[in-house]
Design a protein around this ligand. Structure first.
Ligand SMILES: NC(=O)c1ccc[n+]([C@@H]2O[C@H](COP(=O)([O-])OP(=O)(O)OC[C@H]3O[C@@H](n4cnc5c(N)ncnc54)[C@H](O)[C@@H]3O)[C@@H](O)[C@H]2O)c1
Ligand SMILES: [Zn+2]
Length: 364
């Protein structure tokens, strides 16, 4: 088991990673001074598999709880679901002494953090992530949100969980496609972090895919500690340090939108990473000429896509890029790379180069 403690502004965040951690959540919460009024928020796919262990653990630690379940899937990350949850809080007189425990993937943690941050101006919350996407990315950083018709994650707030308890055993029930998708964020973190992290991921890819416990624990720790370093420098994503985490996400988000959210986020990020490497090379930013091939090979070995779905056209992706909410004056900005560990932020690329990078994803 690994334990790490981070300080994000005024907030202390404890991270515990290890197989079986979910069965110890009652003790961990008790140690943190939480003895009553836990609300387990989960979805109807995760709950039947993993909530039992959490319930048993809370019961044996003598910690009181109730449970709220939302339908699995991104559409539940909505104001409508938040409102339903507030209704349950009101019906059960949930006060400021309550603690939300979000048990699920990034959908549940974003929604759980959002209702925790908004109910009575803020309840404490903790998260037990159950997908790789959430284990290596969504559970840490304090970004919480719901989607509205105008776009994803447009309504939200920064609200840090005080405890992140990651049990890699949860990954054993995840669809293989979801596991692979989560690994795209790990590739992103490894490239941003530097040569040592990239080489570690290259040499552990097969062990990770076969769900080796030690490899997963190390993977999650490496990813979250790296992300925590950036978050600590830029807690509310204002100074630019966190912006590096957008690597692969500019074209990635555009593909995700153009494909009408039929592809996994991580699959689109993998395509975005391939495009970002190509742009880095074509714009003469990339100093390490071997890096592009290494990233392509690693994404291939992890089973991540190299092509945009056939029914999504280059123009659809370019249109989505123009609508990007982070675009400045209608011009998309990219995070590119000089070498592993040396991102270059805020780069504007010529339309023709962007078009070539997208077309390469259609033909490769
Ligand atoms: N806040 C952040 O910093 C941040 C970062 C990255 C992603 N996100 C958000 O996370 C969301 C995507 O997260 P996700 O990919 O985890 O999706 P998700 O939470 O929708 O989970 C994907 C599917 O897997 C199921 N599932 C989850 N855990 C399982 C398990 N252990 N066994 C079997 N099935 C399981 C879920 O029920 C769901 O059907 C998006 O809304 C994205 O915006 C947030
Ligand atoms: Zn992402």
């Amino acid at each position: 088991m690994q334990v790490h403690v981070f300080q994000f502004g005024a907030n202390r965040v404890q991270l515990v990673i290890g197989r079986g951690v979910i069965d110890q959540i009652g003790c961990l919460l008790k140690e943190a001074g939480v003895i009553t009024s836990i609300i387990i928020l989960t979805d109807d796919r995760v709950g039947p598999i993993w909530a039992g262990g959490v319930r048993n653990s809370l019961e044996s630690a003598g910690v009181g709880f109730r449970e709220i379940t939302v339908p699995a899937g991104e559409p539940s990350k909505s104001l409508a679901q938040a409102q339903r949850i507030y209704g349950e809080f009101a019906a059960h007189s949930i006060g400021r002494d309550a603690t939300i425990l979000a048990l699920g993937g990034g959908m549940v943690s974003d929604l759980g953090g959002f209702v925790a941050g908004t109910w009575m101006r803020g309840l404490r919350w903790t998260v037990c992530p159950t997908t790789l996407e959430a284990d290596v990315d969504a559970c840490l950083g304090g970004k919480t949100a719901v989607n509205v018709p105008g776009g994803k994650n447009l309504v939200g707030l920064f609200h840090q969980p005080f405890l992140i308890a990651v049990d890699p055993a949860c990954l054993t029930t995840l669809e293989p496609r979801d596991l692979r998708a989560g690994l795209a964020e790990s590739v992103k973190h490894a490239i941003l972090s530097g040569e040592d992290s990239l080489a570690w991921l290259e040499s552990h890819a097969e062990r990770i895919l076969s769900l080796d416990d030690d490899a997963l624990e190390e993977l999650i720790a490496r990813n979250l500690c790296f992300k925590a370093g950036l978050v600590a420098q830029d807690v509310e994503d204002r100074t630019g340090a966190r912006a590096a985490l957008n690597l692969g996400h500019t074209i990635g988000h555009a593909v995700e939108e153009a494909a009408e959210f039929t592809q996994r986020h991580g699959e689109c990020v993998a395509l975005g990473l391939r495009a970002a490497m190509r742009l880095s090379k074509e714009m003469g930013v990339l100093d390490d000429h071997g890096l592009q091939g290494r990233v392509e090979d690693l994404l291939d070995r992890l089973g991540l896509p190299a092509r945009i779905p056939r029914d999504v056209g280059t123009e659809d992706v370019l249109d989505a890029l123009r609508r990007d909410k982070k675009a400045e004056g209608g011009e998309a900005r990219f995070v590119l790379l000089r070498r592993a560990g040396e991102p270059v932020r805020g780069v504007a690329a010529q339309e023709a180069m962007i078009r070539r990078a997208v077309e390469a994803l259609k033909s490769s």
